[in-house]
Design a protein around this ligand. Structure first.
Ligand code: PEP
Length: 254
């Protein structure tokens, strides 16, 4: 019997206003009522939606997630949001090192590492994204790239701290393209992730990159895939719940 509890996180990216958030949660909460007994489920929303999410989710075990944070607790850092600020809003998960942050906003393995430490200090679970680009995939350097990202992000942590993070394997070429990685190849690299940094035996490693209801069962049937980080398929509450149900058909049985 597996010891790792399934985890599904919706990454809304830069979509939805506070009003949209309330409407989404009204529908999602009711439909998710049975699934939350079998999995941890969280919604990672833009900063401006987090308070609406907190209010709308009151009394529910559905988690609140952020999509980024800054590593200092406070100070003259215009536009930034810190881990203690997120904690104060009831945030339990925070995505760090997403490929869109790496590509468009200068995120590096070093800044990812600083953010992870700040989040762990604030009792927020970091969801650390790693994954190779299209060019790296075709050059056969996926394992080396992922190992480098993991080492940069987690290298300074103790084994106990590593066990508290979630790693999301997100091949960049699969994000938002409709072309998910095939399940066996994803599992091979996720097994490598689990073995390549100490302390990840009990950590949850989830897959992200065009996960949909149609491929969630095959992906989640793999021994190293503990759930999903889901972008576009999380924007509609019914589609996200359908995806989670498909994944849990096999995650539950593992
Ligand atoms: C993501 O943005 O983390 C993601 C996995 O997006 P999508 O599901 O749309 O590929």
């Amino acid at each position: 019997m597996r010891g790792r509890r399934p985890l599904f996180v919706g990454n809304w990216k830069m979509f939805k206003t506070p009003e949209d958030t309330r409407a989404y949660v009204d529908a999602f909460r009711i439909m998710a009522a049975e699934l939350v007994a079998q999995a941890d489920i969280a919604l990672a929303a833009p900063f401006v939606d987090l308070d609406a999410l907190r209010v709308a989710l009151e009394g529910s075990t559905i988690g609140i997630g952020a999509q980024d944070c800054f590593w200092e607790a406070e100070g003259a850092f215009t536009g930034e949001v810190s881990a203690p600020m997120l904690s104060a809003l009831g945030v339990q998960y925070c995505i760090v090192g997403h490929s869109e942050r790496r590509e468009f906003f200068g995120e590096t393995d070093e800044t990812v590492s600083l953010k992870i430490s700040a989040l762990l200090g604030g009792n927020i679970t970091p969801i650390v994204c790693v994954g190779e680009t299209h060019a790296e995939h075709h050059a056969g350097t996926s394992f080396a790239r992922v190992e480098q990202q993991l080492h940069g992000a987690l290298g300074s942590l103790s084994d106990a701290e590593r066990a508290a993070v979630v790693v999301a394997y997100e091949p960049v070429w699969a994000i938002g393209t409709g072309l998910a990685c095939d399940a066996e190849s994803a599992d091979t690299i996720m097994n490598f992730i689990r073995r390549s940094a100490g302390g990840l035996d009990e950590a949850r490693i989830i897959y992200g990159g065009s996960m949909k209801p149609a491929n969630a069962t095959a992906l989640c049937a793999q021994p190293n895939i503990d759930g999903g980080l889901v972008g576009s398929a999380s924007l509609d509450p019914a589609e996200f719940l359908s995806l989670i149900s498909c994944g849990l058909q096999v995650l539950d049985a593992r």
